[in-house]
Design a protein. Sequence first.
Length: 202
Amino acid sequence: MVSDPAFEIAVVGHSPSNMDKSLNRPVATFTVGLRSPESLFLPDSPLLRDELHPEIAQVLLDWARTAGEKRQLAINFALSDAIKTVTEEQVANVVSSHFLRMAENHTRRIRDIFRYARVTSVVGLLVVILLLGSAQAISDDAGNVMASLRESLTIFAWVAMWKPAELWLYAHWPERHWRRLALCLAKARISLVSESTTRNEA
């Protein structure tokens, strides 16, 4: 249980016997106890649309990461019966929209990574050609100093390809991971439950 002036959080957790029969996937269920419906949203947002509170969004991301990408996520928002001023559909739309935008941001970052990879590959290849050409121009009997220079040019030539290789091979995987988690949360089943019911289950 984590307490906050705006909201408090309780994890119901994942039960191996809790399966989504339609998708044949295990369901990980989380419960977020809210002090008020307004705590769901970012206060004083300059945008016309409602924005999910960043602290709640971060907690949900952390939970989704723990639950794994292969589970169907279900999120229960526990509210007092007396202060249910939002509908389940409204909350589901805010949560889904928030994480769909997050997934789109990660998609754009992946595109940026590959764009940088193409640019750095061209620059790296030009450096390789220049440095290797200079190294080959140094004859074998040029002396120890020139031989050391030739080896240094060869090493620097291949070091120039380090960054392009990193971008092509590795840099995009974290972005793909977070995009998958965001999409899982965007598809999560959202429910508004009674605060008293949550306490009885606990």
